[in-house]
Design a protein around this ligand. Structure first.
Ligand code: SF4
Length: 633
């Protein structure tokens, strides 16, 4: 029985753990060849969508293992690497890295090459959950292969000891290597810090041989892993960075700023989601010349050589000038609602009527609030002009709405604050929007407060009563939207459905904004009880149910044609599917083509998030993650 382990992605970080692990259990491991032209070309042939270059290469490595006759292929879902950079709480892997097993499974060309989905070993590993969880997952993996799981714990111990040794060796080398640059500094020579992830920095075929090019030019190149970034804590200045490689890159900027002769060369890839955010944040903190090279399979040597040469020249002039004009370093400034309540008006980015419902409830609870208008500039020029790289559409739309408002005569940073959604542990880019907006606005000289919503009990602790009212409001908006979508395609009198919709959305918002309708503690608890034990409560409709019933009755009276129309389901990214401009009015376009639409409700995303969190919480609970128990390791 041979288990294949592909190179690339997190191989460098975790092969010191997993290869001894399998070997301890008497399972032979085979590793794919080092990246070469054949592997790259196969990856490009197999990849079913436009991912970043390292992911494309990952397909080639799996193909190589299939050709080598691996019985199983081991690619874990590593959601959290367990070792955040100094001061940070989370060490999240990028979304595509996390989901590589699913990406691999969905490549039809790999299946025709012999990939059997059941033979893909892909345990979900959260290294921050503790080793009992890793043991549990690895036991399931080994059992799937038909092996006895008795020795899994000792195998894991051996793997862990080896990984700790490996990490320690790097740490020991770090001091020597970093000290060696002092000699170069004395001679005023530049040293280049290669800011890249391990799967790119150490793979010449993935990084276009950039490290050798620096060495061939006669300069010293140091990879991130061999710098003392572990001893620098920037988590207060850049609090929301949950991707571990983002933490490393941002921390490395401190080293560049503190060491006159050290210059950063950042390697990134077209379509890299995290770097589209991280690179801009780095630029708001760097104080000296800095090179970003973005590449993919089409990038040629000549382009890289030219850019490197130009950068070497810039650096030489910088060192030759003798005086330093340092750029300002910006820190992310985010606030909680409690810091502006009563003295500022909270502005929510536009998305759909759900945001109006949220704003109405804020007002009912004494947080002055309103929803920003959509910018009339469909090209989103304001947002694009202060952003570089391929940031995502929701970021551009929300930032554009804020910048648009800043142009208005009524804008006063002392009077208004912007709301931006966020997450504390990613994994997608949403959690970075507020940070980047904070930095970019400061860079433009605008010191406006940005209010975020993160973990419950942190800056966005609003209380159960408010949250239940928000939930009722957005659920009701979903229902009204559904009634409209079910009626409008068939209406005889154009505009009848929109009129009813507008009328009842207004009734709903008036109700939500009325502080007299806020629930006290008892009513809140009764509401929760009603959700679970409906039969035990009286059947009297709540005011929101009454609004919905009346709307339903009016929608049912709309004069309809007798046509039968195909119904199209619209799912997809939460913000884009709800924001008319972002989805380019897809619903009305489909209706004009003679179709009825069904839109995944806004609450679907929230319910799924709560569901998945409850599944994970249950799993954690079952593991009895008690310190005492963990000490066995
Ligand atoms: S971090 Fe960027 S380059 Fe690396 S796998 Fe994720 S998207 Fe690709």
């Amino acid at each position: 029985m041979r288990v294949g382990i592909p190179r690339g992605l997190l191989f460098n970080d975790f092969s010191p753990l997993f290869i001894p692990f399998f070997n301890h259990l008497g399972i032979e491991t085979i590793v794919s060849d080092e990246t070469n032209r054949t592997i790259i070309n196969r990856g490009l042939e197999i990849v079913p969508a436009e991912y970043c270059f390292p992911i494309k290469v990952a397909y080639g490595h799996v193909d190589d293992l299939l050709k080598k006759g691996a019985d199983y292929i081991f690619i874990p879902h590593i959601a959290n690497t367990g070792k955040p950079t100094s001061g940070y709480k989370y060490s999240v892997a990028c979304l595509w890295t996390q989901s590589t097993p699913d990406l691999i499974k969905s490549a039809p060309k790999l299946i025709t090459e012999g990939l059997i989905q059941n033979n893909l070993l892909s345990p979900s590993l959260f290294f921050d959950w503790g080793l009992n969880h890793i043991e549990d997952q690895m036991k399931k993996t080994i059992a799937k292969m038909g092996y006895n799981t008795k020795n899994v714990r000792s195998a894991l111990k051996e793997g862990l000891v080896n990984k700790i040794k490996f990490d320690k060796q790097i740490e020991n080398k770090t001091k020597d290597i970093f000290n060696s640059i002092q000699e170069k500094c004395k001679n005023n020579e530049p040293i280049f810090l290669v800011m890249a992830r391990p799967y790119t920095a150490y793979d010449a075929n993935v990084n276009n041989d950039i490290v050798n090019k620096i060495l061939d030019a006669g300069y010293l190149a140091i990879p991130l892993e061999f710098t003392p970034i572990g001893s620098i804590d920037i988590s207060k200045q850049m609090p929301k960075m949950y991707w571990v490689q983002g933490q490393n890159k941002l921390t490395a900027i401190e080293l560049l700023n503190a060491n006159r002769n050290l210059f950063g060369i950042d390697i990134t890839y077209f379509a890299c989601g995290p770097d589209a955010q991280i690179n801009q944040q780095m630029r708001c903190r760097t104080q000296k010349p800095f090179l970003t090279i973005e590449m993919d399979e089409h990038t040629g040597d000549a382009g890289i050589d030219t850019r490197l040469q130009a950068f070497f020249n810039t650096v030489k002039s910088y060192l030759g000038i003798g005086f330093e004009q340092k750029s300002k370093v910006f820190n992310v400034k985010l606030k909680g609602l409690n810091e502006i309540k009563g003295n500022k008006i909270l502005l929510l980015p536009p998305m759909s009527k759900h945001n109006d419902a949220l704003s109405a409830v804020f007002n009912a609870y004494g947080i002055q609030s309103r929803v920003l208008e959509v910018s009339s500039d469909e090209t989103l020029e304001r947002a694009r002009s202060c952003t570089c790289g391929l940031v995502c559409t929701p970021y551009l739309h929300t930032t554009e709405a804020m910048l648009n408002f800043m142009q208005k005569p009524e804008f006063d940073q002392k009077k208004f604050a912007f709301f931006q959604a966020t997450t504390d542990c990613g994994p997608c880019r949403l959690g970075q929007y507020a940070s980047l907006e904070s930095l970019l606005f400061q860079k433009k000289g605008i010191d406006v407060d940005i209010i975020t919503g993160g973990e419950v009990d942190s800056e966005f602790n609003l209380g159960l009563s408010l949250l239940i009212k928000v939930w009722s409001g957005i659920t009701a908006v979903d229902q009204l939207e559904k009634m409209r979508m079910h009626t409008r395609p068939y209406e005889v009198n154009t505009g009848a459905s929109d009129q009813i919709y507008d009328k009842y959305v207004k009734s709903l918002l008036d109700y939500l904004a009325d502080s007299k309708t806020n629930h006290g503690k008892m009513k809140t608890l009764l509401n929760i009880g009603k959700a679970f034990f409906y039969n035990l409560f009286d059947t009297k409709l709540s005011p929101i149910e009454e609004i919905l019933r009346k709307a339903q009755s009016e929608f049912s009276e709309v004069k309809r044609t007798n046509e039968e129309k195909p119904k199209i389901g619209i799912a997809g990214e939460f913000f884009v599917r709800l924001h008319e401009q972002a989805n380019q009015y897809i619903i009305s376009k489909l209706e004009k083509k003679g179709l009825e639409t069904w839109l995944a409700p806004a609450t679907e995303y929230l319910i799924y998030s709560y569901y998945i969190n409850s599944v994970l919480a249950k799993e954690k609970f079952n593991l009895h993650r008690k310190k005492k128990y963990l000490r066995e390791w």
